[in-house]
Design a protein around this ligand. Sequence first.
Ligand code: ADP
Ligand code: MG
Length: 377
Amino acid sequence: MTFPLPPNATIGLVGGGQLGRMSAMAAARLGYRCHILTREVDSPAAQVAHAVTISDYADPVSLHAFAAAVDVISFEFENVSAEGLALLDALKPVRPAPAVLGISQDRVAEKTFLNNAGVATAPWLPVGSLAELHAAAARLGLPSVLKTTRLGYDGKGQRTLRCQADLSDAWAALDPKPLILEGFVDFACEISVVIARGADGAMSAFDTVENRHRAHILDVTLAPARIAEGVAEAAQSITRRVAAALDLVGLLAVEMFVDPRGQVLVNEIAPRAHNSGHWTLDACPASQFELHIRAIAGLPLPPAVRHSDAVMKNLVGPEGVALWPAILATPGLIPHLYGKTDARPGRKMGHVTRLFPKGALPGEFGVEAALHLASPA
Ligand SMILES: Nc1ncnc2c1ncn2[C@@H]1O[C@H](COP(=O)(O)OP(=O)(O)O)[C@@H](O)[C@H]1O
Ligand SMILES: [Mg+2]
């Protein structure tokens, strides 16, 4: 098979969650089929896909069968072993390349890569032992944030250290080792940019958006971010620089802090669709999911323009699901549910978007009210 992939080609997606689900829906609209590789039975992605292989991400027999069934391989879930990635890469085109995933899977590799590319991050130090943690805390000061280098998500695998006594507790609690200590960024806000890059180097980036977290989980995204134009542009140029330095083919999200002086620091990168890009489904002619599929299929990348401003709110756990009837009954709210049967606390069950005319995003205290979600009906 050669690129661009013709209609009815099969895209292999590793991971069965909501990102894979929305990518598979975008792929279907472009006339492609998706084959999902996931450990989970009845996953959100498999519910809307052409085919599914249910297996561990490391089982060579399953990886062979999956690769044989598809024309290109991409990801909604990044934590595939290096051996698994190497095997897939030997069998079919893998986009983004395994080296890109290797960087984003490991916070030390990620920050080393970013700093070498001239991109600023919070100060950080690798931490391999409790003694190293004490030394690192002495250099970076407190508060600081101790994280696992691998497998963290939604605030899992990290602790904020506020006093000396926290050090040994956090060291004992965090797993797997090794760890990384980051200076605490007293950020004015958190922002992100999602960018697509094709094999020819063409790039399309969505507008810089603002993200608010609740209990370490993304709660609300405001598109566009309500920040100074120069700061939004700095985020765009950092994102372009990172995508080019990675030689990315596919989609990349860059999470950033704006510090109190307006300086932009990269927090982390994810070479896949991102929760802070879900608003693009409703506010843009081509969403992050469509751009992901276009980039890996070798199709032209349209500009990532928005026709509306947007607020996106995540529906998390039982509280999120409880809002569903009120959301369906409220004109103007655009509902998305992911097909998960078990609404465990902290689990992302769906999201809801409200659009506004460009320039009419509500002010600081208008967001929840605009969503009509402050008190469920
Ligand atoms: N160095 C830091 N300083 C201040 N806040 C931080 C720092 N690192 C992380 N956080 C907060 O924790 C959240 C989750 O951390 P992140 O590194 O993005 O991990 P995850 O993989 O869980 O998304 C961030 O969005 C931010 O709100
Ligand atoms: Mg994050």
